[in-house]
Design a protein. Structure first.
Length: 182
């Protein structure tokens, strides 16, 4: 199994996230040795759609992509839709990709990628309702459990979490991917 010792993984989320899509990948990366950090537009804590509460470590206006080795974008309709309207969150995501760092995106987490303009020419999956948005932004959308494209790991729903978690740990352990670009 891959190790993430010494790596710092950013989780970008806000209220309304899909609980398991934050907690399960968080557990996977921390069990592999990484330090997980929650980044959100507002300080304090955020609450998932099913009630999980998580303390925010860094607000988006203070987050720097250079401080992290990888990024996870959990889903949740409200979470995904709200984050894409936060300019600092969009800039952070774009910078992660510009620095060739791996990212794991599940469900509605992919919405912000369209605003960050980082999906053109990429093969990816998501929750089915994002298919048209991702295609319109230039992605090749496929309906698969997990898709890996040059350091970008995407999955559809909480049912895909076991495969998603295994792949993010693997890709995060590999480090930067030159094909991961903004």
């Amino acid at each position: 199994m891959a190790t993430l010792d010494g790596k710092k993984v950013a989780f970008l989320a806000t209220n309304g996230f899909e609980d398991s899509e934050l907690t399960s990948p968080w557990q996977a990366v921390t069990e592999a040795g990484a330090t997980a950090v929650l980044i959100s537009p507002e300080s304090g804590s955020i609450e998932g759609k099913n009630g999980h509460s998580q303390l925010v470590d860094v607000v988006t206006t203070q987050a720097k992509a250079s401080d992290y080795d990888a990024l996870v974008l959990p889903g949740g309709v409200v979470n995904g839709d709200t984050l894409r309207t936060d300019d600092a969150a969009v800039a952070f995501v774009r910078d992660v990709f510009a620095q060739h760092k791996p990212a794991g995106v599940i469900c509605h987490g992919g919405w912000i990628l369209t605003d960050a303009d980082v999906v053109k020419g990429r093969t990816m999956t998501s929750y089915g309702s994002l298919k048209t948005d991702l295609r319109n932004a230039g992605a090749e959308w496929v309906d698969e459990e997990v898709v890996v494209d040059s350091g970008l790991v995407t999955s559809r729903t909480p049912d895909d979490l076991p495969a998603f978690n295994a792949k993010i740990v693997e890709e995060f352990a590999e480090g930067k991917h030159e094909g991961q670009v903004a």
